[in-house]
Design a protein around this ligand. Structure first.
Ligand code: ADP
Length: 493
């Protein structure tokens, strides 16, 4: 993720909150119950706005709207190229409102404005444009069947999709979910995370402005019960979920009743492996950025830093010095590189893991404490001499806590790197090209970065082995999960 573009001014202005209602069938509505819930700015703990709190009744209305738009609306009849045109138009509108959307993301999520402006929102735009190009390129095959028949396949939209997303990259997750679904011709009921509904609502408003037909995109704001109602609804064909492995397991059980299609992007405990023959300067940056980016709230965070023993001491010293240089504070300040955690629940969970790390005997070489007394800030924290069985080495912490694990050999790094139930991402740092490819092949993870970390691209599939997920997002691969393959066989006699 590049942070190349210089910010315009030092303290960015807070944005106006324009939308707080549900979007159902092209209309902004209060929830049926009339209930709302507050959303907070994680840096100050101040309330930002009250947002409509949906329950199963609202979900039912949204699913009905999506079903109608799929069955009888203009959407399924529309030329694929026009669907692509709408996706491009939405990308243009987001680009035109980039500063506002970035500020909204910083307000609701607490992430540094520089990251939101230069990483999150530009990637949103890129993903929408990438899938806009796919809309008219989804084609089947002609099949060389036996006999006097003509057989071909069609890729048809899977139908109404329920999309449930987390709070760590709120706008980016919207784009990962909407773009392939819309390119394929599906209709959507989306539920953003309760902590961060605002950028999704603004993007939905821009989608209406772009001209998406009513009912194609519906947004339901609320808690897990609203998510569960989407999963249980008999008229939803597929669930795309990003979140915790535990919630993924619940959703999988519920979705099994109607055999809904599912794609999951879940937790991780990714190994970031530094060999002594690496470009050390680059690897130090990769170790620091790979974990502390987004306050460690990345499912692919390089939270297990394996360092070859011969360089271990000096390497850790350098990583610690980089961690010290991170600027913690007001996320609207363009110099800030380290913002608050999302909420008090996550704050407490992370502090508990830090406590467990200390009690287990790992060396807390920097951080380990709260920063300030307002907001959910945690100091960048590094534990050295962590062993494989410690909770800080096995569990997804989802915070700014790096565990350093020294190792001796290539085989040991591979074996210990794979010693996890997760398999989302991994990285290897070495100048030895054969070693790099050997280790990349041996690591059981959906993405392996070589001499880099957190390099995402709309064209590159992302997803997990093992308990990190099912299916892939991004790239051509994501389209497969939003389409059904139909075989048509015609008698020629
Ligand atoms: P996290 O721990 O990161 O908040 P969750 O998996 O709890 O992750 O939440 C991710 C998303 O899943 C949120 O939008 C949340 O509201 C939703 N969610 C939580 N529980 C359920 C559930 N049982 N069924 C469907 N969605 C849920």
């Amino acid at each position: 993720m590049s942070t190349a573009v210089a910010p315009k001014k030092k303290i960015h202005a807070r944005p106006e909150v324009r939308r707080t209602q549900l979007l159902i069938d092209g209309e902004w509505k209060n929830s049926v119950s009339g209930e709302t819930f507050p959303t907070y700015h994680p840096a100050t703990e101040e309330k930002i706005a009250d947002v409509a709190k949906a329950n199963a009744q609202d979900v039912d209305l949204a699913v009905k709207a999506a079903r109608k738009a799929f069955e009888t609306g203009p959407w399924p009849k529309m030329d694929a190229r026009d669907r692509g045109r709408l996706l491009n138009k939405l990308a243009d509108l987001i680009e035109a409102n980039l500063d506002e959307l970035a500020a909204l993301e910083t307000l609701d999520n607490g992430k540094p404005i520089n990251d939101a402006r230069n990483a999150d929102i530009p990637l949103v735009i890129d993903v929408l444009r990438y899938y806009a190009g796919w809309a008219d390129k989804l084609c089947g095959q002609t099949l060389p069947v036996r006999g006097n028949y003509f057989s071909y396949t069609r890729k048809e939209p899977v139908g109404v999709v329920g999309q449930i997303i987390p709070w760590n990259f709120p706008a980016l997750m919207v784009s990962w979910k909407w773009a392939p679904a819309l390119a394929a011709g599906c209709t959507i009921v989306m539920k953003p995370a309760e902590q961060t509904p605002l950028s999704c609502l603004r993007m939905a408003e821009l989608a209406m402005e772009a001209g998406f037909p009513k009912g194609v995109i519906n947004v339901i704001t609320g808690f897990g019960d609203a998510g569960a109602a989407i999963v249980k609804h008999p008229d939803v064909d597929k669930i795309a979920f990003t979140g915790s492995t535990e919630t993924g397991q619940i959703i999988m059980r519920e979705a099994s009743h109607s055999l809904k299609r599912i794609t999951f992007e879940l937790g991780g405990k990714s190994p970031n492996i530094i060999f002594a023959d690496a470009d050390i300067e680059a690897a130090i940056h990769g170790a620091e950025f790979g974990l502390f980016f987004n306050q460690g709230q990345c499912c692919c965070a390089g939270s297990r830093l394996f360092v070859e023993k011969s360089i271990h001491k000096d390497f850790v010293k350098e990583v610690v010095s980089r961690a010290k240089q991170r600027k913690t504070g007001n996320p609207f300040d363009s110099e800030t590189t380290h913002g608050p955690q999302i909420d008090n629940e996550q704050f407490k969970k992370i502090m508990d893991y830090i406590d467990q790390g200390k009690k287990a005997g790992a060396d807390c070489v920097i951080g380990g404490k709260r920063h300030g007394d307002k907001g959910f800030f945690i100091e960048p924290t590094v534990f050295d001499n962590v062993t494989d069985e410690m909770a800080i080495a096995t569990d997804e912490i989802f915070g700014p806590v790096l565990s350093v694990l020294p190792f001796d050999s290539v085989e040991e790094a591979i074996q210990r790197g794979n010693k996890t139930n997760y398999g989302l991402a991994a990285a290897v740092w070495t100048k030895d090209i054969s070693k790099a490819h050997r280790v990349a092949a041996a690591l059981r993870a959906g993405t392996v970065w070589v001499n880099c970390y957190d390099v995402f691209d709309a064209a590159a599939p992302f997803g997990g082995f093992k308990q990190s997920g099912i299916g892939r997002e991004l790239g051509e691969a994501a389209l497969a999960s939003y389409t059904e393959l139909k075989t048509v066989t015609v008698s020629l006699s």
